[in-house]
Design a protein around this ligand. Structure first.
Ligand code: AVJ
Ligand code: FE
Length: 438
């Protein structure tokens, strides 16, 4: 991106925004108006709220802020301000209806493209204008992933379709990889579309540790269930035990025990739980309990990023595990190209230099770290993107899922959520300490 001439950057921004809009359109046109305005779960907004919120943020940051244009709909700013209205109360607001919402986002997009055509992408405004287009494309894709999670919670006939992900293409590999002790460069100061919480780059020392080659699979997770893991207090933290007891949780969300084994419904299609896919729809508490049962622990965020980016041959941190090239279909399962995680071993082309697989795509991975600012953090362009969430209530997730678009994931990208959440496409992998050599 940094090497692109202004005209190329303009074309890239336009293409990225259009890809996001195609996906928003697919997710909202797939269901009828009743399903668009309905709340499918108290945890989620009605799809029609997400749609107009996407337009509202685009109006705010591209049309008004970068473009300096007149507001289109100043009257609806408050309705679509996520901080004024928690998700549970959004259905009772006087929201734009489906037709109005579609018209609104279309009008905003026309204006945003007009701003893009004239925006000075070189000179002093380069950073700000060029960043804003990337931020808004990522914002739309983040809400598209949220809308995909809403689709998973929706009852009824399947409306989304996609080809199956690739099969295992990796030969036998060790179950774990040892990452040697030493410092590495975490975060970034140069990635043009990195968000504020990924900045600045800073050296972090990490002790030697071992990390799983693949995310934990359904078959492995089912062993934890069969062994009584959900009933044994010793694997759980106090908060985790309290959570699993209050909600009487005994398996990942959407799993159902039948005579012939575990089954689940995925986007409206009933199926046997596939043994070799990464487990998904587990909370941080369940991930932590599994890891304890397995005699391991979750990786810290720094460990995860070192496993993903550190190249021992050069000492450099890569943009992605496979190198600096943008994610392609040979690297990772991203962008809703497939409607499920791929089996462990499906992406040898995405492995890190140390041989850790599927760090990007498939499932978000819980880490043991709280969401905090890096040393030297400055909120940009608004405190509500990440700073207001810093603290011990949120745990960091890394790597993106099959529902994350390539523009919204990087080796440095940080996601966060409450440790009890499982409607997101979250799984995990384990790590453990290793004795220092000699
Ligand atoms: C980074 C996924 C936690 O959905 O709350 C969307 C992204 N921020 N609109 C979220 C976001 C503002 C955010 N997460
Ligand atoms: Fe948002």
């Amino acid at each position: 991106l940094l090497e692109l001439a202004p005209e190329e950057l303009r074309a890239h921004a336009a293409e990225t925004l259009s890809r996001a809009r195609d996906r928003s359109t697919l997710l909202t046109d797939a269901v009828d108006d009743g399903d668009l305005v309905r709340q499918h779960s108290k945890l989620m907004s009605p799809l029609v709220w997400d749609l107009a919120h996407i337009g509202s943020q685009e109006e705010l940051w591209l049309v008004r802020d970068v473009g300096g244009r007149e507001p289109l709909r100043p009257d609806i700013d408050d309705l679509y301000d996520a901080f004024q209205h928690p998700r549970a109360e959004r259905p009772s607001l006087p929201l734009l209806g489906p037709a109005e919402a579609r018209r609104y986002v279309g009008e905003v997009r026309e204006k945003a493209f007009d701003v893009l055509e004239k925006a000075p992408l070189a000179g002093t405004r380069l950073t700000h204008a060029a960043f804003a287009f990337g931020m808004i494309a990522q914002h739309e894709q983040q809400h598209d992933e949220t809308m995909l999670a809403t689709h998973q919670l929706r009852k009824g006939e399947p409306v989304l379709h996609a080809p199956a992900p690739p099969p295992r293409r990796t030969g036998p590999v060790p179950a774990e990889v040892v990452v040697p002790a030493g410092s590495f460069l975490m975060g970034t100061s140069v990635e043009p579309w990195a968000l504020d919480n990924e900045r600045p780059a800073h050296e972090v020392h990490v002790d030697a540790f071992a990390i799983d080659t693949f995310p934990v699979t359904n078959a492995q997770y089912a062993e934890f269930i069969e062994a009584g893991g959900y009933r044994q207090r010793r694997w759980w933290s106090d908060a985790g035990w309290d959570y699993r007891s209050r909600h009487d949780i005994g398996a990942p969300r959407f799993w159902r025990r039948e005579a012939d084994g575990w089954r689940r419904t995925r986007f409206g299609v009933d199926e046997a739980v596939p043994p070799d896919e990464p487990v998904v729809h587990v909370s941080f508490h369940e991930a932590e309990a599994y890891a304890a049962w397995a005699g391991k622990r979750l990786p810290t965020e720094a460990e995860w990023e070192k496993a993903a980016r550190y190249d021992p041959a050069t000492g450099r941190s890569r943009r992605y595990p496979w190198g600096d090239d943008e994610p392609g279909p040979e690297h990772a399962n991203l962008g809703q190209r497939h409607l499920r995680p791929a089996v462990a071993g499906a992406y040898p082309g995405g492995a890190s230099p140390l041989g850790v697989h599927q760090l990007i795509g498939d499932v978000w991975e819980w880490t043991s770290s709280d969401f905090t600012g890096y040393p030297g953090f400055t909120a940009f362009p608004y405190r509500e993107y990440s700073e207001v969430f810093f603290g011990p209530e949120y745990k960091v997730l890394r790597g993106g899922s099959f529902g994350t678009d390539p523009v919204a994931i990087r080796g440095t990208f940080r996601n966060w959520d409450y440790p009890i959440r499982r409607q997101i496409f979250a799984g995990f992998r384990c790590a453990r300490d290793v004795r220092p050599e000699r």
